[in-house]
Unconditional design. Structure first.
Ligand code: ADP
Ligand code: MG
Length: 341
């Protein structure tokens, strides 16, 4: 997902181009690789090096606490101590885990932060992904259950009762991080900004004179910069989960990174992507993964039951459906897609 700054010609806040060329030097934005993705913050004329420093220091701190793929983060220590002992963690890990548990309950476990054993088994997004054996899948599934997480909020400890259990916050941590960046920006009294943490977007304020931001929803082809439509928004977060973010191919089949906690395989339904538009990025991040995993019927029902949550579902036949009113601020930009009446 990208924010479009101009309309003629349509110019993206195009992360890769920015990363390798002018934006790094431009004083109004900063881009770094953190949280396993390209994180870009644009404070326009109100940016100062102090604020940028505070933002990226906070992002690195969140990664230090929450990455499941680095040694000695809080999450890594929780995982290594599964079946052994509770682990002292930072406040933000408690907060994110509590939120993750909330969405696990809301989705009947389709979203589950203990999905770690499956994520490791498939290795999607890592160097050596592979299609696992059925017995390996079953073993990983037997270790997944969000109800088993023991959180002691008073003592600030987390315990996984069975050896081999693993927490993975990949579906929610970037949303939390984006909200933290937003908080830092607002506390600095900056009222116009774009935060883009690898597609987790928050826009603060408007483009100017009440003109909304134009945020591009990425095309399923996965080529960054190609988009299927544009959402006009002010003070919102947009987060997309889909089949194109991280995947590998084997024997002509594509295996993507949102895993079914029912059967242990990449979620296989008629959806290519789900975009959530709401106020807090942690909710948008958890919900985009949740609704994708739930599929359209159950996902729609859940979105419709949550006040202030809008959703766009992209089907593999090119049809787009959404919650009531969501397409009022939307412009289709790719003829391969159609909004369903
Ligand atoms: P992205 O990382 O591209 O923003 P998501 O927010 O949808 O995408 O998160 C996908 C990540 O979440 C996976 O890479 C994995 O780490 C984790 N994950 C995969 N399946 C599930 C699931 N069913 N519930 C919770 N987390 C999941
Ligand atoms: Mg997510």
């Amino acid at each position: 997902m990208h924010v479009i700054k101009n309309t003629k010609p349509l110019v993206f806040l195009f992360l890769f181009i920015c990363f390798f060329s002018s934006c790094r030097k431009a004083p109004e934005s900063q881009t770094e690789f953190v949280l396993g993705t390209i994180c870009s913050v644009n404070l326009f004329e109100q940016g100062t090096s102090e604020v940028y420093q505070a933002i990226f220091a906070r992002l690195r701190e969140i990664e230090d606490h929450m990455s499941a793929n680095r040694a000695d983060t809080d999450v890594d220590r929780i995982n290594r101590n599964a079946g052994v002992a509770p682990v002292q963690v930072h406040d933000d890990v408690i907060q994110v885990l509590q939120k993750a548990r909330y969405y696990a309950e809301l989705t009947g476990g389709a979203f589950d932060p203990t999905v770690g054993p499956l994520v490791s088994l498939w290795g999607i997004g890592f160097e050596h992904p592979r299609v696992p054996e059925e017995n390996e899948v079953q073993e990983a599934l037997s270790l997944i259950n969000w109800r088993d997480i023991v959180i002691d909020a008073g003592a600030k400890t987390v315990f996984l009762p069975r050896q081999g259990m693993k927490i993975d916050l990949g579906a929610i941590a970037k949303g939390y991080a984006a909200d933290e960046v937003s908080r830092i920006i607002r506390e600095a009294n900056i009222n116009k900004a774009i935060i883009d943490l690898g597609g987790n977007v928050i826009v603060i304020g408007s483009k100017g004179r009440g003109i909304p931001w134009r945020v591009g929803i990425q095309n399923i082809s996965g080529i960054r910069g190609e988009y299927l439509g544009i959402m006009n928004v002010t003070n919102k977060t947009l987060v997309t989960s889909g089949v194109y973010e991280r995947y590998f191919e084997q024997n002509g089949r594509r295996y993507h990174h949102i895993l079914s906690t029912e059967n242990g395989y990449p979620v296989d339904n008629n959806l290519l992507a789900v975009t959530i538009i709401t106020d807090n990025s942690i909710d948008a991040d958890a919900l985009s993964t949740s609704l994708f995993a739930l599929g359209y019927e159950k996902g729609y029902e859940l979105a419709a039951s949550l006040p202030g949550v809008e959703a766009v579902f992209v089907f593999n036949n090119g049809i787009l459906r959404g919650t009531p009113g969501v397409f009022e601020n939307f412009e289709l930009a790719n003829r391969q897609f159609n909004v369903s009446e």
